[in-house]
Design a protein around this ligand. Structure first.
Ligand code: NAP
Length: 347
């Protein structure tokens, strides 16, 4: 296969101030790199837009190293091996990994993935379309699986509330809770998302946090027996309100904090530790990399439910690497249903 003249990359042009804008990113052209000894060259088919990337754009992060100005945007891709000097990978294999927002990427074939390492994993297009390995069969899927099923261990008849319910992680977490026989209430930011999670994914109820003036009253209405499990994808005011309606022995898994990630100042909120105490609530922070050695277990279980038709997924796809910054910003603002991806057919 002949290679094009250019590798197209999205780099950090300047650090965002609050919500990123497109001018914080720049598209550049570099020569397509040649793989050295032991290396392989991957042609990207899809790029992934993920909330964690926002935390890499700032000057400081508690959540891993930030980028320098001019660096390729840290991000996942799924693509095809087009050159290989590594016996473990053949031309035509498909792989997924944190290889950056670029059309062609070099990998040394490492499979080490913890803490944002650029290790790669082979993916099987016979099991699912390759895009799924950035979503339901990728890190979002692994996150939903372990944070819900292992950390919270929901039981039949319990009530599970999922925030960020229309997105990649939340839409799967809610479906897994339904498989466990729970009552599942999703919170999301548009009626279109609520229709999706209730009508297509089988959630029992949905609350639109943008249009509901009294969230606590809505939670009391939809969770009459209290909330046994809170799958927290967003943090902030919504998470704070949910604490007021936890059932005894509730489990709260802190998966994401997206409502706070673009705020220059974190607002003060009244203390809720007393409420957690009287509910005998267990609260646990979750980072998917702690579960990396069991990721295959999650992928094969999810693939099984997909094959049986017990779970479904949606993708929101923008076209071309030029669209990646806008797609990322749209995702941060709630423009996606399911997994936000960028398809690269225009290499
Ligand atoms: P996603 O839900 O597909 O997309 C992000 C969504 O966040 C947006 O669509 C938007 O939906 C919602 N959002 C944005 N601002 C919000 C706000 N102020 N309040 C409430 N919701 C807001 O993203 P994802 O990949 O599935 O990730 C979901 C969460 O899980 C993120 O917080 C992410 O950081 C976290 N995560 C954590 C781990 C881990 O290891 N801990 C791994 C993967 C993901 P609405 O329309 O509903 O506002």
């Amino acid at each position: 296969m002949a290679l094009p003249n250019h590798n197209r990359k999205v780099v950090l042009a300047r650090r965002p101030d609050g919500m990123p804008v497109e001018d914080d990113f720049r598209l550049i052209n570099d020569p397509v790199p040649e793989p050295g000894p032991g290396e392989l060259l991957v042609r990207a088919h899809y790029l992934s837009a993920d909330p964690f990337q926002r935390m890499r754009l700032g000057a400081g992060s508690r959540y891993g190293k930030t980028l320098d100005i001019g660096d390729v945007i840290k991000g996942r891709l799924v693509g095809e091996v087009v050159r290989s000097n590594n016996a473990d990978y053949q031309v035509g294999d498909f792989v997924e990994g944190m290889l950056g927002w670029q059309t062609y990427a070099i990998s040394d074939g490492s499979t080490a993935r913890a803490e944002y390492a650029p290790g790669i994993t082979k993916v099987d297009p016979k099991i699912a379309p390759i895009s799924a390995y950035l979503g339901i069969l990728g890190f979002p899927g692994v996150t939903a699986y372990f944070a819900l099923l292992e950390v919270c261990d929901p039981q039949a008849g319990e009530t599970v509330v999922v925030t960020g319910a229309g997105g990649a992680v939340g839409s799967l977490a809610g479906q897994l809770a339904k498989i466990r026989g729970c009552r599942v209430v999703g919170i999301a930011g548009s009626d279109e998302k609520l229709n999706h999670i209730v009508d297509e994914l089988g959630f029992d109820a949905g609350i639109n946090y943008r249009t509901t003036p009294d969230m606590l009253a809505a939670l009391r209405r939809d969770c009459p027996k209290g909330i046994d499990v809170h799958f927290d994808n967003v943090g902030g005011d919504i998470a704070h309100t949910i604490v007021h309606h936890l059932a005894r022995n509730a489990r709260v898994v802190l998966v994401g904090n997206i409502s706070q990630n673009n705020l220059p100042e974190k607002p003060f909120r009244p203390d809720v530790t007393g409420l957690l105490m009287t509910a005998r609530a267990m609260t646990k922070g979750f980072i998917v990399y702690d579960w990396e050695d069991r990721a295959d277990e999650a992928r094969s279980a999810i693939a099984g439910w997909l094959a049986e038709g017990k779970i479904r997924y949606r993708e929101t796809i923008s076209e071309g690497i030029d669209s990646a910054p806008a797609a990322f910003i749209s995702m941060l603002q709630g423009g996606n249903i399911g997994k936000q991806l960028i398809r690269l057919d225009d290499l």
